[in-house]
Ligand binder design. Sequence first.
Ligand SMILES: [Zn+2]
Length: 75
Amino acid sequence: MFLIFGFRSKDKIVGSRIGRCEVCGATAAQTLVKRSTKFSLFFIPLFPVRPARHFVVCTNCGRSRGAMREELVAA
Ligand SMILES: [Zn+2]
């Protein structure tokens, strides 16, 4: 018998709003993404291994940065 296990990261879009990008300076839709990483066994996600992280992705330049606390409240 052998075990197949690993970690799976899953991104989920939780919101989007128009804002100014810090990277490219353009005013474009900024997408708020929630990334959760789960321990999986036989390709079945079982439980989260770390708290979910949020980050903001610019739809103009595609760059991402960490989301600030007030942005999570607004989304
Ligand atoms: Zn940008």
